[in-house]
Design a protein around this ligand. Structure first.
Ligand code: PFF
Length: 442
């Protein structure tokens, strides 16, 4: 085994896992996917999926990680199921692709920090997004973002990250609350809330099935589940901790921050006359930049906001790279610095097309997030629910203080609802990817 660190404190683990979960997924992806998928009805389906499909699978990852104390791939032989190693391999590939375009969006954030400082987007939020989101500059800032992530992973400064996370999570929440209050004062606020928060039951009934595929992708992405991040993070855990409680806290924190992002972005959409769903992949950035333009002192607030978002994105990207690097170190025995350098070079090259054309970003996201990530989730549910169930219950029960039926309930949720929903969603998303590729690239 390579040089493995352990969590300095109980809080350290929770914060690092929250740091992984909270990122661009909450602030960039969640609002635009919600806007594209119908607003309030999407929110309801999404919340249900996070709690009843995402959380159970996240717990499978924790259990595998804690029992095996290994990286994503070796974890499976270590607990006696070498045949299921493929889950770790698929997870690492998924993480690799996600990180390749996540870094591109991370690079946008760095450019928005400069844009806020200099006032470059004032009065031209749309045009600024166009400039930021594709071209040589995009590739350059993509590289800068990757190098920042690599710096952290390469030097293994987990302590620094744990400390940063302690500051980061409260400051994200504080600043976002402030922005949500500001958004509430905008003229379009009421319409924004209506679109975002009051689901129409008839729509919900008729559209729920259509909403499921996008909601499931977002649920897994936001919880950092399906890649093996939570196997890796769980591998540093002690046995006296309640995995259920930890998973619940992580899910709650992540969900609150995503919902809060919507409370900012939706009133702003309506205030600016952006029809939800028309904004596309840049909607969040365009609308936030517009809001910072009108907010008194907006340039300063914007700068602080994008710096915090950058830190949140870095802690998420860090967790993905850690999965890939710890796997490479443990299997090849090469030094952490070489493993990191090699991985980031590959990630940068693979992600390059997405820095030059947003349609590639859409396609990469559809493949990695909506197909591979959910495939990982489905395999984890099948494995956890049907193959590894007895041992999983034993491991899950360690440190658990809640009633004894909970572990069994968890297994049955995995066995049937999770497997059924994920199989359906995966099938739909595969069809969707084929269509996206045909319309975007061919
Ligand atoms: N959860 C992160 C976010 O919402 O930004 C993204 C992410 C991190 C996805 C780690 C997958 C992952 F393994």
């Amino acid at each position: 085994m390579g040089s493995r660190e352990t969590w300095a404190t109980r809080l350290g683990f929770i914060l690092a896992a929250i740091g992984s979960a909270v990122g661009l997924g909450n602030v960039w992806r969640f609002p635009f996917i919600t806007a594209e998928s119908g607003g309030a009805a999407f929110l309801v389906v999404y919340l249900l999926l996070v709690a009843f499909i995402g959380l159970p699978v996240m717990l499978v990852e924790f259990v595998i990680g804690r029992e095996s104390k290994q990286n994503v791939v070796d974890a499976f032989p270590a607990i006696g199921y070498g045949n299921w190693k493929a889950i770790g391999v698929i997870g690492s590939i998924t993480g690799f692709i996600i990180l390749s375009y996540y870094s591109v969006v991370g690079g946008w954030v760095i450019q928005y920090i400069f844009g806020s400082l200099t006032g470059a987007y004032t009065g031209s939020a749309e045009a600024y997004f166009g400039q930021v989101s594709s071209g040589l500059n995009t590739a350059g800032f993509d590289l800068l973002f990757i190098l920042l992530v690599a710096g952290v992973v390469g030097f293994g400064v987990r302590d620094g990250l744990e400390r940063a996370a302690k500051l980061l999570v409260p400051s994200v929440v504080g600043l976002m609350l402030f922005l949500a209050v500001y958004a509430a004062t905008l003229p379009g606020a009421a319409e924004g809330y209506a679109y975002y928060l009051s689901p129409n039951l008839a729509t919900l009934r008729s559209d729920a099935l259509a909403i499921l595929p996008a909601a499931a992708g977002q649920a897994f992405f936001t919880l950092s589940t399906g890649v093996g991040v939570m196997i890796t993070y769980g591998s540093y855990l002690d046995e006296d901790r309640s995995l259920l409680r930890d998973g619940f806290v992580i899910m709650l924190a992540d969900t609150c921050i995503a919902v809060l992002a919507g409370l900012i972005v939706f009133p702003v959409f309506f205030a600016q006359g952006i029809a939800p769903g028309d904004g596309g992949i840049g909607a969040t950035f365009v609308s936030l930049a517009g809001a910072f333009t009108t907010l008194p002192g907006g340039r300063l607030v914007g700068t602080v906001f994008f710096v915090i978002l950058l830190l949140a994105a870095l802690t998420s990207a860090f967790s993905i790279l850690e999965v890939i690097v710890s796997f490479i170190i443990d299997t090849t025995g090469i030094a952490r610095s070489y493993a990191t350098a090699g991985s980031v070079a590959g990630i940068f090259i693979v992600g390059l097309p997405t820095a030059f054309d947003l349609q590639y970003l859409t396609v990469y996201d559809a493949i990695a997030n909506n197909v591979l990530l959910l495939l990982g989730g489905l395999l984890l549910a099948l494995f956890g629910g049907w193959v590894y169930a007895t041992d999983a219950i034993t491991e899950f029960s360690k440190g658990l203080t809640s009633p004894q039926f909970i572990p069994k309930l968890w297994i049955w949720v995995l066995r049937v609802p999770v497997v059924v929903v994920l199989s359906y969603v995966l099938y739909q998303n595969i069809l969707d990817v084929i269509q996206t590729i045909q319309t975007s690239l061919l």
